[in-house]
Design a protein around this ligand. Structure first.
Ligand code: ZN
Ligand code: ZN
Length: 356
């Protein structure tokens, strides 16, 4: 079968090659892959920054954002039938089976020895056929057959927002009405839609004029879109109950905490480059204390966020027809897969490999 592989640590090694078909073990489903989404993590692996092949394999099959159909069901897999539309989760618990991995929360793994499909120690899903342990596979309704590949990036949003609510509700009575989303990439747009769907007034900010595709997608959910090139964050007077930082820019992340209101919460999900920043750290900590604020980070997502995300994808699709389809701007056939891993234009949101 065809698969998209890299030699981890070697930039430019991405290639479409013929590899042996996987054989499902007990408890595993054999999946026929329909679509694979490409994100910044894939680009980092392709550029040789990280990535780890499974033990004994000279290559790593890419792909952690996927949508598949069940092809065959191994012994011990319950609740699936051939043809089911499904998405496997990405992370599998550590060998030590730490407290959190044992509790089904490998996204909170303590040892760091977890594995991740398409990233760290396990092959990804960018192949014609793949396998996954059925306990980590979520079923999707047929209405998501075109957009279900967005489930994995949505789970990052689901966790970042659900944890914000859980933290806030545990420490006080909290009735948020406003949210600020920083960034208009796929994750920023999905956060905008989810927070709108939850009934919050959302302001989404990015560095693009309001008449560009990403800005139009954000506005289509009823969010207020702000182009920070025309209106810098430092000039914004509004304070928000919840701030969702999805740009991965250190300077934006520092600004984000200035825009968080009294008793508010800031959820950071970016990976920030270390660089000299001029922001006064004393002011940052004083803001945190005097405002009763919580700033927290969130990475990865366990299966509970995949289940919640599947239900929210259905609601978002019903509410804003064409919004999710609009995020999938580039569809590349498997035969041309090598061309998919190149930097995209400003107006491209997400590239999807069409695996059939
Ligand atoms: Zn991703
Ligand atoms: Zn663990």
């Amino acid at each position: 079968m065809k698969a998209i592989t890299v030699t981890p640590g070697t930039a430019g090694s991405v290639s479409l090659k013929e590899v042996p078909e996987p054989t499902p073990k007990p408890r595993q489903l054999l999946l026929k892959v329909l679509k694979v989404g490409i994100c910044g993590t894939d680009m980092d692996i392709v550029n040789g920054f990280y990535g780890e092949a499974p033990p004994g394999s000279p290559y790593l099959i890419l792909g952690h954002e996927s949508l598949s159909r069940v092809e065959s069901i191994g012994p011990g897999c319950k609740g699936f039938k051939k043809g089911d539309l499904v998405v496997p989760t990405v992370r599998r618990g550590c060998l030590e089976n730490c407290l959190n991995c044992r509790n089904g929360e490998s996204d909170m793994c303590l040892t760091g020895h977890y594995k991740e499909h398409g990233i760290k120690g396990l092959h990804g899903f960018a192949s014609e056929l793949t396998v996954s342990d059925s306990r980590f596979v979520v079923k999707l309704p047929e209405s998501l057959s075109e957009v279900g590949v967005l489930l994995e990036p949505l789970t990052i949003v689901e966790k970042g927002i659900e944890q914000a609510f859980r933290i806030q509700n545990a420490r006080m009575k909290w009735k948020p009405s406003t949210a600020l989303v920083l960034g208009s990439g796929p994750v920023g747009l999905l956060a905008t839609a989810l927070l709108r769907q939850m009934g919050l007034a959302v302001t989404t900010v990015a560095r693009k004029p309001a008449d560009t595709p990403k800005a139009r997608l954000a506005s289509s959910t009823g969010a207020t879109y702000v182009d920070v090139q025309a209106r810098p964050l430092s000039s914004m007077e509004d304070k928000f109950d919840l701030v969702f930082e999805a740009t991965g820019s250190t300077s934006v992340a520092l600004e984000a905490q200035n825009l968080c209101g009294t008793n508010g919460v800031v959820s950071f999900i970016g990976i920030y480059k270390s660089q000299a920043e001029t922001e006064d750290a004393g002011k940052v900590f004083t803001n945190l204390v005097l405002g009763n604020r919580v700033y927290f980070g969130s990475v990865n997502a366990n299966i509970s966020y995949f289940r919640q995300g599947a239900s929210d994808l259905v609601k978002i699709r019903r509410k804003w027809n064409g919004f999710l389809e609009g995020i999938l701007t580039n569809h590349i056939p498997l035969a041309e897969a090598e061309s998919a891993y190149v930097p995209k234009g400003e107006d491209d949101v997400k590239t999807v490999l069409e695996m059939e």
